[in-house]
Each structure stands twice: as C-alpha cells, then as structure tokens.
Design a protein around this ligand. Structure first.
Ligand SMILES: [Zn+2]
Length: 85
C-alpha cells in the first residue's frame, strides 16, 4: 500500500495519489476454504489544471482476513507512471 503516480494525457503534468486519500468500500465478498474473501474498491477523481478529468479506480481483496492481496488499478485520462497502491 503506497502511492499512485499518473501523468495527465493532455498536459503531461504528473499527479500523485496517496492511498490515504482513497475511500474504500466493501464491493463484494465470497466464502472460500479459509473463510471469507472480501473485495474492497475505491474511486478517485483528479481534475487537472488543464481541465482534464482523470478517473482512478482501485480494487484489492483481503483473503484470508488480515492479508491484503495485490490490487488492480484502472486509470482513465492519464498514464500510470508508478503504482504501489
Ligand atoms: Zn492535465
């Protein structure tokens, strides 16, 4: 868990999003062998100074409970430079 750095598609300005800025909600769960797997997701918007709207969507799962698995990040409107979310 860390930060995401993206570069605006329109003006090449870079933006950094800290994981602390993301608000995660439970988006699903599944019962598995070692107990429940819980899916968390967060949506984050960046309005660049060039007026480009950058949309970030990040999801990860916790399974077994207490263990956070590597997540996936979808970014619209920007290029991902570094993703350690
Ligand atoms: Zn921009």
């Amino acid at each position: 868990m860390g930060t995401l750095i993206v570069q605006c598609n329109q003006c090449q300005r870079s933006h950094t999003v800290d994981v602390a800025e993301l608000e995660f909600d439970t988006v699903g769960s599944d019962d598995r062998q070692m107990g429940p797997e819980v899916l968390y997701g967060a949506e984050h918007d960046i309005y660049c100074t060039c007026e480009n709207h950058i949309q970030i969507s990040h999801q990860y799962s916790e399974y077994p409970i207490g263990v956070e698995n590597e997540g996936t990040t979808d970014v619209t409107g920007a290029f991902v430079i570094s993703d350690t979310l």
